[in-house]
Write a protein that binds this ligand. Sequence first.
Ligand code: MOS
Length: 674
Amino acid sequence: MNRVEGRDKVTGRARYAYEYPAEDVAYAYAVQSPIAHGRIRSIDASEALATPGVLAVLSSADPPALGSRDDAELALFQTHEVAYHGQIVAAVVATTSETAREAAQYAVRIEYDAEPHHVRLRTDHCGLYRPDKVNPAFPTDTEQGDVAAGLARAAVTIDATYTTPTEHNNPMEPHASMAVWEENGDLTLFDSIQGASDDRDTIASVLGLPPERVRVISPHVGGGFGSKGTTRPNAILAALAARAVGRPVKIALTRQQMFDVTGYRTPTIQRVRLGADAAGRLTAITHDVVEQSSTIKEFAEQTATPTRVMYAAPARRTTHRLVRLHVPTPAWMRAPGEAPGMWALESAMDELAIAAGIDPIELRVLNEPAVEPESGLPFSSRNLVACLREGARRFGWANRDPEPGIRLEGRWLTGTGVAASTYPARRRPSRASAAVEDGDFVIRIAAADIGTGARTVLTGIAAQTLGSPAERVRVEIGDSALPRASLAGGSMGTASWGSAVVRACEALLKNGAEGTADTTEDVESDSGFARHAFGAQFAEVRVDIDTGEVRVPRLLGVFAAGRVLDEKLGRSQFIGGMTMGLGMALMEETVVDERSGAFLNHDLAQYHIATCADVRDIEAVWIEEEDPHLNPMGAKGIGEIGIVGTAAAIANAVYHATGRRIRDLPITPPKLLG
Ligand code: MOS
């Protein structure tokens, strides 16, 4: 299907959070800490308050009343302590955004007592500790079999450390909010967010309101990639500012502010050890991860979890260790866990294939597990081998040079690489309603369309269930007043919301007038199968022998992700993920300045993401997969799997092109030269 809101978007009729009109609206702008650790000694807002147009200054000099301070990233202006550079320490509210910004930057005088800060992740940091669980609720460590014995009896071993840098989500639409307090004390919040229901609950809890007194409206969202998966300080700031001045208040974060307060992907240091017998069968796998969180909140990424899923081995260990640094709290970024974890595991598998003299595809096929390695559960479906085989056929893998570093075309060394991909197929409880109004079907669910095409695919799901043309189905989403739904995250949107929409439509067909559904029981009774999508990523690269510049003339992804519900939307999700994987491989890195604790390259001029010119021949295909153990649509999530494995496929291709193994992302020219 074409996007049902496509015309609204290209004509500007689709409204984003910042674009809603309001009478007497005021604007807020955040003041951010210039120190990475310490304490506010004094705040002088007099000059700001004397500036024409300034309505209020919020700060810890006069802490606003909150209902909950549990989330320190959202409990604004409650303490004089500073936990990281760029933390929001005050805000100016004014009649224009320019006045608010000028006063915030030049007329609020804050003195600080700075203390030493630590912002660099190291494996020998004295603060290293073992979190109780990793995101969202996986065991921190797992161990099966005798790892030492498995490694000792291996004919071939790999022991290598792979690292990833801090990366930022960078959705096109900045985080933005408008808060409107109604006369009865209810709050309406226009927010750019991946889930209106959860956002509403969080905002209500922070402000100390019952959830039914808060309404979040969010029909169009210009991307999130996880950074809008949880409530961000801009929403709370808008609500507090509007309460302080008695007018609606808008706030839009600048691109530079987004780097500080909307989350990011933690850097990782990952040690992977693999042992294999002479035939290439794994005897042991270990994956030990070190990553960071802030001093005010724990976020522990589940980096090693794909290693619990991917390959058969009699012995396996996965661990996660965290260091609390004077940095903002990391959060979700597209395929948290799988994207960095599979970069390490799939790079190590390539190294093992070379060390063992086995084709990297055959090595993976050899180590296919009969059941999910960690849990022993049967897979609901697992077609990794089919993806590898189909990809090899389409990509022309059989013609690959047997040796690395031998194909020089002009100034370009060329090579190819492969890596596997995986992502969990999960669901969360959701509700939906279906009704007939003026002869059309109207579906209501508090789902979110963050650019994925959620509204469109739900329209298609409803139309198919109702046996109606799609033109007669209208889907209302993006409003917490609609039936409660899970967020657009974890690649769970379509599976979760679609299940509720199918059941609501079936109920409507039975009753005639209206149908409602709540999938809580259904989703919570899901058990007995390990459910994951799989894929195979193929890359061709060219490396300039003089400059070290890497180009990617060809990317192919082959996925097994259940039923793909819409070919056009599905392909967009896959190639979007692969494009982000290309950026992860070659460009994306947020540089931390150790002296100030600040992120240095905090804009799109200096934080490079893949653009059209970086992407040449990119294709995503999928194999037909029938999986009856998922949901009424037979679909697995596809929002995140596209990024998983791409960076490893490119790094493996760089090795094949040059004979140089890069274990530290991104693969920039200096790492290849010299
Ligand atoms: Mo996505 S990182 O699961 O919001």
